[in-house]
Design a protein around this ligand. Structure first.
Ligand code: G1P
Length: 292
């Protein structure tokens, strides 16, 4: 099978309770870092990796994600009349030409694995990507998914992004055991969802970027509730390991856990310091705030 990804799946049906009350009406994927919602960063990364179909798995409360990727006729007309071409292209380019958005409903919040399975009718029988938008990955060079797509294509295997975490944090992640690494990748020998530090097979944690073989769908169909009583993508990947090689990939870039308050703050600081117009004022304010 050719491991060329064209479709990217974005599970956006989680509750986002850590950001209440903001997430009472806005899903966490719509929280902004500077001027773009998290979901836009993830979509841009998928487009850069060669994907032309964005599959959003939402629930009935997530209209704002659909509205965001829809055409904003009235706003476009206003900006056009006012001659604001730059702003116009900003809102038009949320999805570049030739890229389409498909929305799939996850009626019940049964877990990440279940959310991915909901995308099956759209993805069909081809390798695809999964991106968790609250893991924001910043890199000056190629995006994390682009790096993974290249590896998946050259090795013809599924690829999962990983990073080292402190041992006391293994209970927040999927954790992998691997064979020796060649450069940035190694073959996964085991994967387990949110193990306690004393039983974790390593401290190599799964980050929210996956390039997956479509075989995962059959395995998800047969995956029961796991950690937290939810259908876990990790458990289906554990089953996949018995049939196919799956690679762990230490991506180049910095990941921000924007599902946590401090992660969103750190991301905002990083993007502000990296922003052409904002950087001088942001830096000056930070120095001033720290000196007080
Ligand atoms: C999910 C996955 C977990 C992975 C994590 C990365 O967990 O289940 O394996 O390590 O994303 O962010 P969640 O953070 O949704 O609980």
């Amino acid at each position: 099978m050719k491991f060329r990804i064209r479709k990217a799946v974005f599970p956006v049906a989680g509750l986002g309770t850590r950001f209440l009350p903001a997430t009472k009406t806005v899903p966490k994927e719509m929280l902004p870092v500077i001027d773009k919602p998290l979901i836009q960063y993830a979509v841009d990364e998928a487009v850069e990796a060669g994907c032309d179909t964005m599959v959003f798995v939402t629930n009935r409360y997530k209209h704002s994600v659909a509205d965001y990727f829809d055409k904003a006729y009235e706003l476009e007309q206003k900006l056009e009349k006012a001659g604001k071409g730059e702003l116009l292209s900003l809102i038009r380019d949320v999805l570049p030409k030739g890229v389409r958005a498909v929305f799939v409903t996850q009626a019940e919040a049964l877990g990440l694995g279940h959310a991915v399975l909901c995308a099956r009718p759209v993805v069909g029988d081809e390798p695809f990507a999964v991106l968790l938008a609250d893991d924001l990955i910043w890199n000056r060079g190629p995006g994390a998914l682009r790096q993974m797509a290249d590896l998946a294509e050259s090795e013809s295997h599924s690829v999962i992004a990983v990073q080292d975490v402190p041992r006391d944090q293994t209970g927040s992640y999927g954790i992998v055991a691997t064979g020796p690494f060649a450069d940035r990748h190694g073959r996964i020998s085991a994967i387990v969802e949110k193990p306690a530090p004393d039983v974790a097979p390593s401290t190599l944690a799964v980050v929210g970027r996956y390039v997956l073989s479509p075989r995962i769908f059959d395995l998800l169909e047969n995956t029961g509730a796991g950690s937290g009583g939810e259908i876990q993508l990790t458990d289906a990947i554990a089953a996949l390991l018995k049939e196919e090689d799956v690679l762990a990939y230490r991506f180049e870039g910095r990941r921000f856990d924007c599902g946590s308050h401090i992660g969103l703050v750190e991301a905002t600081i990083q993007y502000a310091l990296d922003h052409e117009d904002l950087a001088p004022a942001a830096r000056a304010y930070m120095l001033d705030a720290l000196s007080r």
